[in-house]
Design a binder for this molecule. Sequence first.
Ligand code: SF4
Length: 430
Amino acid sequence: MSRSSGSGLQQCPAAGEGRDGILQEQGQRQVFCGLTSIVWLHRKMRDAFFLVVGSRTCAHLLQSAAGVMIFAEPRFATAVLGERDLAGMADCNDELDRIVGELLERRPEIRNLFLVGSCPSEVIKLDLDKAAERLTAAHEGGVRVVHYSGSGLETAFTQGEDQCLTSLAARLPAKTDEAPSLIVLGTLADVVEDQFRRLFDELGIGPVAFLPPRRSDELPPVGPGTRLLLAQPFVGEATRALIRRGAERIEAPYPLGVEGTLQWLRAAAEAFGVEQERVDEVTAAPVARAREALARQGERLRGRRITFLPDSQLELPLARFLAAECGMEPVEVAMPYYDRELHGAEREALGEGVRLVEGQDLEAQLDRLRADRPDLTVCGLGLANPLEAEGLLTKWSIELVFSPIQGFEQAGDLAELFARPLVRRETLRV
Ligand code: SF4
């Protein structure tokens, strides 16, 4: 396997049979590792700090991926561990304790410190769960130290968030009653979270908590009576961890576009015994605004062909939105992995006639892309420039994870993100 700045080319065994009409492809993959998720997680949890225990490559990834997009004071860093044999591991633990001690002295406002594991063999040899326990005890409850893995050997891109949320799921307080409550799972931009909170209030659904929270001491209780509503399609492990703690998942599509958001809210309303007429009343105005905004963008997108290379796990719900609400024609929709529980409804909504692929065999996929020549290709940063050089228009999939795209008020902006490269090309041609 070769890796450079977190973007790995991974060699896997041969392809297998597909499920739900999805071709399973295995071979070389080009994806970012889970460390990338620190870029949006640290923006969300404002009193958290992410300390990657890794190599210079990891530090380079964080600097280059995050540096260009983040302008706030960084709340992430990399503790670079030099090469050691097993006999030197005690020194490694001492070094880690020293680095964490210095960091907490310098930044006393940190309430939650994530130790993020990575790929180098020295890091794999370290027991970071134990280190997190040791460090929490050493700092006498003033800071919660939690470990999760962002290693490129175990995680792709958005799976870093899933690992982070799974580590938090184990630390949520237990609920003391069985009264209904709602946890919305998966990072949402603050502006989107506020809009959803207002809609839930108007619908009489609550109490509502968002996970991850903005502040680390806002961890919601979980147990019987907790309903889980997924805001992101890549939080499967965290979902299962919360279900094991007594929560119940509300099945719904993801809140992308007018229809996705409406169905998402309808499912929540049903779970809380709220009449669908009330949902219609509360959503009438935002739905009308969103439809109007979408109509403007739809003119630019209708009939355009689009391919998704596997990267963010948002591929299925985005393709569903673009096909159903913007009139685009998905040619190939590839996703890093397919989890029937989390993605089955979106796959069904997309219908037949679209080539669906789970996993990646990079060269074969690029051959198909060159033969298809869609109007727009959604792909990772590493592939965008070479494809543009071949005359293929691209859209960075990572942008769709950073941007506020969920909910009614963002439906028009979401469509515009896809329209923009098409408009730019036409303007340049003129
Ligand atoms: Fe590279 Fe692994 Fe570090 Fe990610 S975790 S940047 S893949 S070495």
